[in-house]
Design a binder for this molecule. Structure first.
Ligand code: CUA
Length: 335
């Protein structure tokens, strides 16, 4: 059967809001075009060559008319702007209960890391009705994460996290495109977002995760009872030890580096006098470019880890620092 539609199916809470703005804009523009074209046709016929009509110039000033055609479009335009900006800012603020999934783009694939430790390539499985926040970074050039059915597109940049959030509303499989020219096989950088019923998603996670096979051989000390439970943070903890982070940032380290417990999500006082909220972007930057934002009271002595960690490892470390942030800072660690 011939099945035609102007737009892909609406599969996220955001999609309908975008479509409504787009529809309004289209209807307004169409009405305007119809009015202008109708006037052109009417006057072209009325004042065509050889026709006997009154051709004395019109009254120059028509204040009421002019004010009307300035004020109405002004408020229509302003209204659309406010509406669209409001929708955009809503999309930039993930709800607190969102699930964090890390996405890495590289020439020419999408790599995904779930908090439960699951990894996948060119596929992103998510439960329906659950807000999901994607933390995205690139290993090489600029890519763009684009899911038409969600009406979402966001650039993915090397060296920083960009994020976007969505809540899928319909189970199904949706196209994922790279929407930024990123080299020879850009057009092949395709994937799918698979939206599943929550129970189905849990079953899928269970079926596909093999935590024992991917966990590090050396069990970090903290894992014995009081460490993080989430496999991504567990891997982060192993890296924290194997890369020597704990030498300076560990609970028992000398006070050469800021302790990390209780830090994530809170305000940090910087040596420059500024303050910053410790989020994923700040933690990532501090690992890759430690001199950029030094914490007040500490020397800029940390070496960079640029090029020494894969983006997956970086995401695991960030997740571990996030886990530490949820732990209370012991008294002797506080300044
Ligand atoms: Cu990645 Cu285009």
């Amino acid at each position: 059967m011939w099945n035609f539609s102007f737009a892909p199916v609406e599969a996220s809470t955001y999609a309908h809001r975008v479509d409504l703005i787009f529809l309004t804009l289209t209807v307004l523009s169409t009405l305007l075009v119809i009015g202008v074209v109708a006037a052109i046709l009417y006057f072209a016929v009325k004042y065509r060559s050889g026709r006997e009509v009154d051709r004395t110039p019109a009254k120059i000033s028509h204040l009421k008319l002019e004010v009307t055609w300035i004020v109405i479009p002004f408020f229509l335009g302003l209204g659309l702007y406010v509406w669209a900006a409001w929708t955009y800012f809503g999309e930039a603020t993930p709800p607190p209960q969102s699930m964090d999934i890390y996405v890495t783009a590289k020439q020419w694939m999408w790599k995904v890391q779930h908090p439960e430790g699951m990894r996948e390539i060119d596929e992103l499985h998510v439960p329906v009705g659950q807000p999901v926040r994607l933390l995205m970074t690139s290993e090489d050039v600029i890519h763009s994460f684009y899911v038409p059915a969600f009406r979402m597109k966001h650039d993915v940049l090397p060296g920083r996290y960009t994020s976007l959030w969505f809540q899928a509303t319909k189970p199904g499989r949706y196209h994922l495109f790279c929407a930024e020219y990123c080299g020879t096989s850009h057009s092949m950088m395709l994937g799918s977002v698979v939206v599943m019923e929550p129970a189905q998603y849990q079953a899928w996670l269970k079926e596909n995760s093999t935590p024992n096979a991917v966990l590090p051989d050396q069990t970090p000390t903290e894992m014995a009872g009081k460490g993080p439970a989430d496999p991504m943070a567990v891997r982060g903890e192993a890296l924290f030890q194997s890369r020597g982070c704990n030498g300076c940032h560990g609970a028992n380290a000398h006070v050469v580096a800021p302790a990390l417990r209780g830090v994530f999500g809170n305000t940090v006082q910087l040596a420059s006098g500024e303050t910053i909220t410790a989020d994923e972007q700040y933690v990532m930057e501090s690992i890759l470019d430690p001199q950029a934002k030094v914490v007040a009271g500490y020397e800029p002595i940390m070496p960079t880890f640029q090029g020494l960690l894969s983006t997956e490892e970086l995401a695991q470390l960030v997740t571990y620092v996030k886990y530490l942030g949820s732990q209370e800072a012991p008294a002797q660690e506080q300044q």
